[in-house]
Design a protein around this ligand. Structure first.
Ligand code: WTA
Length: 662
């Protein structure tokens, strides 16, 4: 899709439509209020000053948005670059900031989560800050009773439920490090991650709902943790009531663990750099990368960016549709909104159950004011037509948001029109698991262009470099980089120093040490508006989720009949990219439709439903370099009918002819 993407971006960069924000919103939004107080005359002036004085800026934000047990002595310490430290000497805990201080301030009765179950015959439920405070304290005491101490890892494999956030908070409270794995992952995917971080305890649930029907989850958790010595206990939340296999020696019900525990528990006063969580994301090699994040940074930027970009005010009803198992859920379902003391909608299920009106109905009934979702969802709903949103009153919406992949102009215009009658601006936010918070995004006062993520946010010096480390002029493309650090940046890869340096810091180390390479390409138009073009590494973006080509390939070659595989992404109207696999079978194995089906099922069981190839093609050979590396770029170009470019490096150029047009 390289060619296609450049072509698309060229069209985007000629975009002339500009959507001015409503005047009242622009005037009164949190970000502009701050700018006015500081005496800035224009947004541009404000963004420039905050980049130049980024340490002063983050210092002020850290003091504004977080409460510290003990003030820090240094805003940022780069002496151990690329291991940057923030707020050194400071003592803090994100649980204190997310929950405890609101109780102290007498705001315990406010609803933190309004939970909406997927089955329509179950009651919705409010979870107040007070209730969360008490349950988390009991749960934290429960974890202690199981021997969990500061620094221990706790893996969480749970559906989209308030209890999942409570499990995260209980870990944070006692200084244990949580590691969520999206519950749609296969047991193998989960097990690999539990093993990598050597978790002491695992949280799961008996099951979850899919299309209103209970499905098991505990058996997958059992399968995953079988033989992993580090796992001493499995805490099981009862969600569906279905029967589960039980091991008395290890398993404990969530409700029994908290029963009889005290609702008082002292929050650990942690160092700002103490780790809060590890979240795995896909990398080039296919082995997932355990991205580490720290308490100090997480007390500051998720809340600050949410406050500025989505302008959350006391009475807003915030709905971020991301699952809490992804970074978007960590920052903008859990920590960000809780630190702001906001009310968040949490919906357990899918947008098309019982019909395509479900999300609109929730917006209408809950009077959602700020709504944040992914382009793949917008495109899926767009395909169902305007008659669905037309049935509901969505006039409560005042701001919209998007994340995960480029929001193409057609979907952008549809989203504006159908979710908010053209009166709410769209905050298209670019960021990553590694950044922990929005990095490039409009603010509510920014005039927006469809398809563009506007500019780097205040406090970021994000720019675009060519291969040599020169900033590229407007109109040209290159690598997205952050030449300066930020508080919620990744701190390390769990136990993998070599890859941490290689993936993010080596590229420009000789010319500009400490420059973070994001792994995306982007370009800016003549007005400086940013357009993100996609990943530079071999990572697919399927429905906004990062899946490494190599991971799907290694799943395929693990099948007994497969000898080699190459996986590419094919542009897909709804999902962004669809996974296509080219497979060389072992000698004497005959290709068949049944085998193609079996391979899809195999990927599903080893990796989970997100990674299922949309197409499996059998080939006799795959183009390779002389060193034996499969040239995915060439496979992709041939399959999509694009020019294959320079194939001189190939050891077997004739293999290209055997790749079918798909
Ligand atoms: C892509 C999700 C275009 C990008 C928060 C990035 C985007 C990867 C956007 C991170 C956007 C995210 N426009 N592309 N607004 N937001 N991306 O770690 O390729 O799951 O590197 O974090 O998603 O995915 P991750």
């Amino acid at each position: 899709m390289a060619e296609g993407k450049t072509g698309t971006t060229k069209v985007l960069m000629e975009e002339t439509r500009i959507f001015e924000p409503p005047k009242a919103l622009a005037e009164n939004c949190n970000a502009w209020q701050w700018a006015k107080k500081k005496g800035f005359k224009t947004e541009k002036e404000m963004r420039a000053w905050c980049g130049e004085h980024y340490l002063e800026f983050w210092d002020e934000m850290a003091k504004t948005y977080a409460d510290w047990y003990k003030p820090y002595t240094k805003v940022m310490d780069d002496s151990g670059m690329p291991y940057f430290k923030w707020f050194t000497g400071g003592k803090v805990n994100v649980f204190y900031n997310a929950i405890e201080r609101h109780i102290k301030a007498g705001k315990g009765a406010k609803v933190a989560y309004h939970f909406i179950p997927e089955p329509t015959d179950q009651a919705e439920k409010d979870y107040t800050y007070q209730e969360i405070y008490e349950t988390v304290n009991k749960l934290a005491n429960g974890l202690k009773s199981l021997g969990v101490v500061k620094g221990d890892r706790v893996s969480i494999y749970m559906p989209m439920l308030p209890e999942t956030v409570m499990a995260m908070l209980a870990c944070a409270k006692i200084g244990a490090i949580h590691s969520l794995v999206f519950s749609g992952f296969s047991s193998k995917g989960f097990g690999d991650r539990v093993d990598d971080c050597q978790a002491k305890v695992v949280f799961t649930s008996d099951g979850f709902y899919r299309r209103g029907k209970p499905m098991p989850l505990k058996p997958q958790a059992d399968e995953a943790t079988k033989g992993i010595q580090s796992v001493k206990n499995v805490i099981v939340l009862k969600r569906t009531g279905i029967e589960v296999p039980w091991n008395d020696a290890k398993d404990v019900w969530f409700h029994e663990l908290i029963k009889g525990q005290s609702a008082e528990c002292k929050t650990e006063e942690l160092d700002a750099e103490d780790r809060l969580f590890i979240l795995y994301t896909s990398g080039t090699t296919g082995k997932p990368k355990g991205i580490e994040h720290a308490h100090g940074g997480y007390c500051v930027t998720p809340a600050q960016t949410l406050h500025w970009v989505f302008d959350l005010k006391e009475n807003d009803v915030w709905w971020c549709t991301a699952d809490v198992g992804w970074i978007t859920g960590h920052s903008y379902v859990a920590y960000g909104p809780l630190c702001l003391g906001a009310t968040t909608i949490m919906y357990e299920g899918s947008p098309d159950f019982p019909d395509f009106g479900r999300w609109y109905k929730i917006i209408q009934e809950q009077k959602v004011t700020v709504f944040y979702t992914a382009p793949t969802a917008v495109r899926m709903l767009m395909k169902q037509g305007e008659e669905w949103p037309a049935k509901y009153d969505l006039s409560s919406i005042r701001l919209l948001g998007s994340v995960g992949e480029p929001l193409n102009p057609e979907a952008y215009i549809w989203y504006r029109k159908n979710f908010a009658y053209d009166k709410a601006p769209i905050m298209d936010t670019w960021w990553q698991t590694e950044t922990g918070c929005f990095v490039i995004s409009p603010l509510p006062m920014t005039p927006c262009k469809p398809g563009s993520v506007a500019y780097p946010l205040p406090g970021f010096n994000t720019t675009i470099y060519d291969e040599e480390g020169n900033e590229v002029p407007l109109g040209e493309g290159g690598n997205i980089v952050n030449p300066t650090p930020w508080p919620s940046m990744l701190r390390a890869f769990y136990k993998d120093e070599v890859r941490y340096k290689k993936e993010y810091w080596d590229m420009y180390w000789k010319v500009k040490p400490g420059t973070y390479l994001a792994g995306d390409k982007a370009t800016r138009d003549k007005d400086g508006y940013w357009f993100v073009q996609g990943r530079i590494d071999d990572v697919l973006s399927v429905a906004g989720h990062r899946i490494a080509n190599a991971e799907v390939e290694s799943s395929l070659v693990a099948h007994k009949d497969v000898s080699e595989a190459a996986v590419i992404g094919k542009p897909d109207e709804i999902k962004g990219e669809a996974i296509i696999a080219f497979v060389i079978l072992k000698k004497d194995v005959k290709p068949s439709d049944d085998l193609a089906k079996e391979l899809k099922t195999h990927v599903r069981t080893t990796m989970g439903p997100l990674a299922i190839p949309a197409g499996v093609y059998f080939v006799d050979d795959l183009p390779k370099t002389r060193s034996g590396k499969i040239m995915r770029r060439v496979v992709k170009a041939k399959a999509l009918g694009n020019p294959t470019g320079d194939t001189s490096a190939l050891a077997n150029p004739e293999a290209v002819d055997g790749i079918p047009l798909i």
